[in-house]
Design a protein around this ligand. Structure first.
Ligand SMILES: O=C(O)[C@H](O)[C@@H](O)[C@H](O)[C@H](O)CS(=O)(=O)O
Length: 293
């Protein structure tokens, strides 16, 4: 098992719930959300420039649009935003009760479609769902039966979709039709042991391996397509939330983190909670697709 050097803080942003890092190859900058601020941040690692786009609702995840701007999954639904983060229009409603759920993790797939999943906040039943917005702006529920929809990522061969349910400590894999991108039935790929962190946001690298932020585990792990542990990246915080490959060679792994619901004692022990971290790795990621709608 390979141990990478520890990731270091590159932006002392202290986000409440940093999430959804997305590298813009077009602009050579990283966008990421602070779900609860709510806001989308823009960070240029080359210059250190940092700006914030306020959002109208809790913003779980977003994708970049091919023509510029964002598609963003918030609490009440999914919205198209312009490049300044201003709402252009709503294109889908949260299919579960927005008073008890919000959108959480998501991303654009190789077919240019935007997937976004919900977190069922009462946590009394697996009422979280996974939805998909197609370029024609049709919006549907594709899967469900999770508490916290997380860890969405797609294999380079366009033949597999990964999806995790964080509080249940499980990572699923769905077979995909490589032509249409339609998913088959999910199968359990990995159950993470209790007390060692649970699978939050993720990304798949150019070799097809799955990098998972282990929430409450203080590290990121690299898994083979079969779910075997290949490498680890230690972190100076316990609550990483998601990873993204970026930089000119896509070998910088950016990692967002959370300080949500942490006690004063926990924040004193992990004062960099909520910051953006980065580490150089020896395998390239892949360019994040843009939403085609
Ligand atoms: O960061 C996220 O994806 C969620 O919004 C977080 O709240 C986190 O994943 C979640 O809190 C993990 S768990 O439900 O506590 O297991």
């Amino acid at each position: 098992m390979k141990l990478y050097p520890g990731a270091v803080s590159v932006l002392d942003v202290q986000a409440t719930l940093g999430e959804c890092p997305v590298w813009s190859a077009r602009e050579n900058v990283l966008y990421f959300a602070d779900i609860l601020a709510p806001a989308i941040h823009r960070f240029d690692p080359a210059s250190g420039a940092h700006s914030v786009l306020p959002m109208p609702e809790h913003t779980g995840c977003f994708g970049l649009r091919a023509g510029g701007g964002f598609v963003a999954a918030m609490r009440s639904g999914v919205f198209l935003l312009d490049a300044a983060g201003r709402v252009e229009r709503k294109v889908g409603d949260n299919p579960t009760d927005p008073a008890q759920s919000r959108f959480n993790d998501g991303r654009v797939d190789p077919w240019g479609r935007f997937w976004c999943g919900t977190i069922w906040q009462p946590r009394d039943r697996p009422a979280g769902v996974l939805c998909r917005l197609d370029p024609d702006l049709s919006f549907r529920v594709v899967a469900g039966d999770v508490l916290v929809s997380n860890g969405l990522a797609f294999a380079p061969g366009r033949d597999r979709m990964y999806h995790s349910d964080t509080p249940n400590h499980v990572l699923y894999a769905y077979p995909l039709d490589p032509t249409t991108g339609e998913p088959g039935s999910r199968a359990m790929l990995k159950r993470f042991p209790q007390g060692q962190g649970r699978p939050d946001g993720a990304a798949v690298d150019s070799e097809g391996c799955y990098w998972s932020a282990l929430f409450d585990g203080g590290r990121v792990v690299r898994l083979s397509p079969a779910g075997e542990l290949l490498a680890e990246i230690p972190l100076p915080v316990r609550w990483p939330t998601m990873v993204a490959f970026g930089g000119p060679d896509l070998k910088t792994l950016f990692i967002t983190s959370s300080r949500e619901n942490r006690s004063e004692a926990e924040l004193a022990q992990y004062p960099q909670s909520g910051n953006l971290f980065a580490v150089t790795v020896d395998v390239a990621g892949r360019v994040e697709p843009c939403f085609a709608g």
